[in-house]
Design a protein around this ligand. Structure first.
Ligand code: AMP
Ligand code: ZN
Ligand code: FE
Ligand code: FE
Length: 287
């Protein structure tokens, strides 16, 4: 796609969730790339937003505080981006606490479950793999199981023990998609469905929009590193046909998603900054 404007990246993870770069490093890298606007969209947390906004102020990059919520639609997992949320909003704080305690409870239960099926690891061992008790997820369980010598690789840990149907897996309590959308709205933000073509067909996207747009969903992330060019076009067309916002970003995770670069994804992504102008006007009218 030929585009005469500047590029933006509205989907970025820092080391406050499961990326490797600090929020400050991300802003510096984005500024060096000449990005016009960036959004920090850590999973279920806004811990990095202050550092992100502060750094950007001195570097001339436009930024917006944001978040990516993992929520449930029927039996599937949907990710909802919230742009322009107020990181200090009490409803948001309470909502994010739900995610925090759901993860913590799940992790404690997985320690018990793994012992029950014959693969004991301690919670401390798992935390040591994550570096921060707030950040523990299944990849760290996989690493702890590997260090104990139960499995040779992370992939084997998922295949044999902690994959979605594995004997050592415990699901966490999920929030409904509609509730996630409402939470973003309550916090003054604009809810956008992240990477909808990872896991859903065009037809099911249209059906789900029928449920979530009335709840306040405002846009679709069409431009995503892992959407093929065809999927990007399809999602943009679905959004535009319904007067919804179109957004885009790489889903950068630093070293933790090797080969995926800030701003350009796998090399073929270029998110036009006209999308930022539309999102920004929506954010202004939401205030
Ligand atoms: P959690 O949110 O703690 O349940 O962990 C989910 C994370 O585990 C995902 O974001 C993936 O990074 C990773 N994961 C899930 N399934 C697999 C799998 N089959 N192989 C490798 N990694 C996986
Ligand atoms: Zn992530
Ligand atoms: Fe996501
Ligand atoms: Fe993401």
């Amino acid at each position: 796609m030929w585009y005469n404007g500047r590029m933006i990246d509205l989907h970025i993870h820092s080391n406050r969730s499961d990326g490797s770069d600090t929020p400050e490093e991300i802003v510096r890298k984005g500024a060096a790339l000449g990005l016009r606007a960036m959004a920090l969209t850590d999973h279920d947390t806004v811990r990095g937003s202050l550092e992100f906004l502060e750094t950007a102020r001195n570097l001339g990059v436009e930024t917006v505080p944001a978040v990516e919520l993992s929520v449930r639609f029927e039996s599937g997992e949907v990710h909802v981006l919230g742009y322009g949320i107020d990181p200090r909003n009490p409803d948001l704080t309470a909502g994010l606490e739900f995610f925090r305690s759901a993860r913590l409870d799940r992790n404690r239960k997985m320690v018990e479950q793994l012992a029950r099926v014959g693969y004991p690891v301690t919670f401390d061992e798992v935390v040591a793999c994550a570096g921060d008790p707030e950040l523990v997820g299944r990849p760290h369980f996989a690493e702890a199981l590997r260090r104990r010598g139960y499995v040779k690789t992370t992939a084997e840990a998922f295949d044999r023990l902690i994959g979605d149907h594995g004997p050592g897996y415990v699901p966490r309590r999920f929030m409904d998609a509609a509730e996630g959308v409402r939470l973003v709205r309550e916090a003054g933000g604009i809810p956008v469905w992240a990477h909808p073509r990872l896991g859903f067909s065009n037809d099911s996207i249209v059906k789900i929009l029928g449920k979530l747009v009335p709840k306040g969903l405002a846009g679709l992330e069409a431009y995503h590193a892992e959407h093929t060019p065809r999927k990007r076009e399809d999602v943009a067309a679905i959004a535009r046909g319904r007067g919804l916002l179109v957004t885009g970003g790489t889903d950068y995770h630093g070293k933790l998603k090797p080969g995926l670069a800030l701003g350009t994804g796998f090399g073929d992504l270029s998110v036009p900054d006209e999308l930022w102008d539309s999102l920004r006007s929506s954010m202004k009218s939401a205030k």
